[in-house]
Design a binder for this molecule. Structure first.
Ligand code: HEM
Length: 184
């Protein structure tokens, strides 16, 4: 098993849950797209900020180009929505291993984003899509996997990486539930 296949297998159910919850956002409805962006704004900038404070050698190549907080903030602003909250959902990413897991989830989320971008384009072609379009046509996932392949981790570190990945999946899950709850 490579680190990637371990992470994928260990988080399959977490992914299925966010995928399913994400499906509750109906992109034919502008307010659902806004809720989708708000949910991501509750998670992504906090994770990226936590990763920013990591030693550069713990981060994949072109980390600065991989960051999507600015794109997300631009979409929110274009829709007249508030900027991302400061660290809305707390995370603990204290070491290289947990951060690697978090990075895996962030980079992987772009793959689902490409599917969602096509859905958005089909129903709301005018909607600002800097966040979902980020990295389109660029080999971020491929180069991330190459970087991941070169990372050496002990069994304990691999467990910690899975925990880091789970934390980020859980944060998205929580944010999606808040934004899709009927109470809103
Ligand atoms: C915040 C929400 C999401 C997160 C954090 C997330 C995370 C991930 C991760 C980490 C992977 C990589 C799995 C691997 O190692 O191969 C992945 C792959 C994938 N995700 Fe998601 N995902 C999210 C939402 C979605 C949604 C809503 C969809 C569907 C519309 C989706 C569709 C996919 C697809 C199709 C792949 C595989 C792409 C490929 O192998 O080329 N994801 N996602």
């Amino acid at each position: 098993m490579t680190l990637r296949t371990t992470l994928r297998a260990a988080t399959r159910q977490d992914h299925d849950r966010v995928d399913q919850l994400g499906g509750a956002f109906d992109f034919t409805n502008p307010s659902d797209y806004e809720a989708f962006l708000r949910a991501h704004a509750a998670v992504l900038p906090g994770v990226e900020a936590a990763l920013d404070s990591a030693p550069p050698e713990d981060l994949p190549p072109a980390w600065a180009q991989r960051r999507r907080t600015a794109a997300l903030t631009a979409d929110l602003a274009a829709l007249g929505l508030a900027p991302p909250p400061q660290a809305a959902i707390p995370l603990a990413l204290p070491d290289r291993a947990t951060r690697l897991g978090a990075l895996y989830v962030l980079e992987g989320s772009r793959l689902g984003g490409a599917v969602l971008r096509r859905r958005l384009a089909a129903s709301q072609p005018q909607a600002p899509d800097a966040y979902l379009a980020h990295g389109a046509g660029q080999p971020f996932w491929r180069s991330f996997l190459d970087w991941l392949d070169g990372q050496v981790m002990s069994e304990a570190q691999t467990d910690a990486a899975v925990e880091g990945a789970r934390q980020v999946f859980r944060a998205f899950e929580m944010a999606f539930k808040i934004e899709t709850s009927p109470a809103r």
